[in-house]
Design a protein around this ligand. Structure first.
Ligand code: SF4
Ligand code: SF4
Length: 297
């Protein structure tokens, strides 16, 4: 059987720009239980961020501002002294509330990793058991495999666009969502190569904290979790005046922005847009055109 991960109940709300955390990011998701006083020092050896303080025989402590929440100390501590924040009680409360729809978003690896919890051999695909258990518990289920595939599609397309732009191309024909489309790629010449994935939050935090110079190399795509949770998209068209738009956003153009909005609608997103009022040189006629654009779209 897999060892049980120790947990502690979340007591804090979302952080408010504390240390290296921005508003809305959870702080202290992983901690060392200091009462389990062993000091074997294994965790320091596996921490990629040098975030654990203490040496052999001493109590160890995680420096939260340096921690990237990768979970390596959690899975490697031989004495189960590392714990993770749990929201199980909050979820159980939500499940009891019949007015609340509770959605389980199942990551691809879980369908195998959970097998031992059902008494199966390690490595067994336990998809059906998992689905039935979640349904019985009252969850709606969303399979994150789809969002993971979408992430690959989006990141792969961005990589092609960067390569094409660096090769001097202005446009790139691609098949996206079952249709042939032409991407304008010129703006990607400002984005460097190689391109790194942005799909893992721990990896992104690692780059942000320790190698900020590499941030432009990260893909601009969201993580699979964020893609899975998206059903609305807010993208301002800024202004319907092409000249003003070019002045505001020299890297792109209005035609492309409007095309993005149309594609999002085509994909089934609830789309919102908006314009800026009070731009230098903005005419009242342009604002009227902005309003008409809202009604047309
Ligand atoms: S690996 Fe576990 S027991 Fe060993 S020092 Fe780290 S937290 Fe303590
Ligand atoms: S979660 Fe990762 S980064 Fe944080 S202390 Fe543990 S090993 Fe280090």
């Amino acid at each position: 059987m897999v060892s049980k991960v120790r947990t502690f109940k979340s007591e804090k709300g979302l952080s408010q720009d504390v240390g290296t955390y921005r508003r809305g990011e959870l702080r202290g998701v992983i901690r060392i239980n200091e009462e389990v006083y062993v000091g074997c020092d294994t965790c320091r050896g596996v921490c990629p961020a040098d975030a654990i303080e203490g040496s052999v025989g001493e109590k160890h402590k995680i420096n939260l501002d340096k921690c990237v929440v990768c979970g390596q100390c959690l899975i490697n501590c031989p004495f189960d002294a590392v714990e993770q924040m749990s929201f199980v009680e909050d979820v159980l409360t939500k499940l009891k509330d019949k007015q609340t729809k509770v959605v389980a978003i199942v990551a691809p690896a879980v369908r195998v990793a959970i097998a031992e919890e059902f008494g199966a051999r390690p490595g067994t695909l336990a998809l059906e058991k998992l689905w039935v258990a979640l349904k019985k518990a009252g969850f709606e289920i969303y399979d994150n495999n789809f969002a993971a595939d979408q992430t690959i599609l989006e990141e792969g397309t961005e990589l092609l666009a960067r390569i094409a732009a660096h090769a001097g191309l202005k446009e790139l024909p691609v098949y996206l969502w079952g249709k042939k489309r032409v991407l304008e790629v010129e703006e990607y010449k400002h984005k460097p190569l190689p391109q790194f994935t942005s799909c893992c939050p721990a990896w992104v935090r690692y780059v942000e904290l320790y190698y900020p110079d590499l941030i432009p190399y990260l893909s601009t795509c969201k993580s699979p979790q964020q893609m899975a949770g998206a059903d609305r998209f807010l993208l301002k068209h800024e202004t319907i005046d092409k000249t003003l738009f070019r002045w505001l956003k020299p890297d792109t153009n209005l035609t492309k922005r409007v095309r993005c909005l149309n594609w999002l609608k085509e994909l089934g997103y609830e789309v919102g847009t908006g314009c800026i009022v009070g731009l230098p040189g903005q005419r009242i006629e342009t604002l009227v055109e902005d309003l008409l654009f809202f009604t047309r779209n």
